[in-house]
Design a protein around this ligand. Structure first.
Ligand code: PSU
Ligand code: MN
Length: 308
């Protein structure tokens, strides 16, 4: 490495150099998203499933100030149980690094580090986006502007369920970030298969997704390609239930004066309590599907490169 303050594990570096399939995975999902002890199980299972299909997993996070691409199992275990740990988006990276802290990396920070390491595909659960009331509060995730500048491919099941999806899709358009449905033209709603919004494009195979990615790279466009992969309709939360429960969740947040940064944890916790934990099972199912598809797309990309 050229003095970069980033640690890339040996197996990830070797796979990238050899053009073998690699999938990046974020750490916020197990440091801040999922409750213990499921968080660790889910993180290790995702790696295991990728390895079993010949794909090298690269779980990304900040360990003791070192942005790391390819955390070891011991490091994942430690981060998933740590209490004093930051949620690190891109702007936090230099601070967390300089102060020697642990950090779970968001989609923005993970995409940046993956790209620096030469990884082309990144699977996550849900993206950040535009919060309701953003025209007053200016609260939109740095995932948006970051994905406009980092040419990776991100597989998600849409954006966090509590966001303003219509506004988020408008921002993707403004930022020149292509959104492509996997076997659908309905934008998924994370816990539900269809958010109610239509998107312009779909692809039906990993090979087709790989062609779009190669075209983006050929044109030297700097934006991420977003692949929207809906949860199996048989496994989603009942859509009417989600709608009713979000209405109650917002009302309670208002009544308690909860806003800004505090609203996401409050609302996600509300959803989990209200569904007696069923939302957690859906969340895990969504993530499994995205990890699987990420592996397939990374494999198709590697094959396309080796033929070229
Ligand atoms: N999706 C979820 N829960 C989360 C996140 C996404 O259902 O906690 C995380 C992701 O890491 C995403 C981040 O990048 O939240 C966005 O946070 P913010 O809105 O603060 O940028
Ligand atoms: Mn925010």
């Amino acid at each position: 490495m050229t003095g970069l303050p980033i640690h890339i594990s040996e197996d990830v570096a070797e796979a990238v150099a050899a053009g073998a399939p690699v999938v990046a995975l974020e750490s916020t999902i197990f440091t801040h998203g999922l409750p213990r002890p499921r968080n660790l199980e889910v993180a290790l299972e995702a790696e295991e499933r990728l390895r079993s299909t010949g794909v090298v997993p690269a779980t990304i996070g900040v360990y003791a100030g070192v942005p790391t691409v390819g955390l070891s199992t011991a490091q994942i275990e430690e981060l998933s149980g740590a209490d004093d740990l930051d949620k690190a988006s891109l702007r936090d990276l230099p601070v967390v690094a300089a102060l020697g802290r642990h950090g779970g990396t968001t989609v923005a920070a993970t995409a940046f580090l993956a790209h620096r390491a030469g990884i082309r595909v990144f699977s996550t659960g849900g993206l950040g986006g535009v919060h309701f009331g953003a025209s007053e509060s200016f609260d939109e995730s740095a995932d948006l502007t970051t994905l406009a500048a980092i040419p990776v491919t991100v597989i998600s099941a849409g954006v966090k369920s509590i966001l303003d999806i219509r506004a988020t899709l408008e921002r993707f358009e403004t930022l020149n970030i292509p959104v492509i449905g996997y076997r659908t033209r309905r934008y998924p709603g994370f816990y539900i298969t269809d958010s109610g919004h239509e998107i312009a494009y779909r692809v039906d195979t990993p090979e087709e997704a790989a062609k779009v990615i190669e075209a983006r790279d050929g044109l030297e466009l700097p934006q991420a390609v977003l692949i929207a992969n809906p949860v199996d309709p048989a496994k989603q939360l009942p859509p009417q239930e989600l709608e009713a429960l979000l209405t109650r969740a917002w009302a309670e947040a208002d009544a308690r004066g909860i806003k800004g940064n505090a609203s996401t944890p409050f609302l996600l916790d509300f959803i989990q309590r209200d569904t007696q934990g069923r939302s957690l099972e859906v969340n895990i199912e969504v993530y499994r599907g995205n990890v699987r598809l990420g592996g397939e797309i990374a494999t198709a990309l590697a094959a396309a490169r080796s033929e070229a």
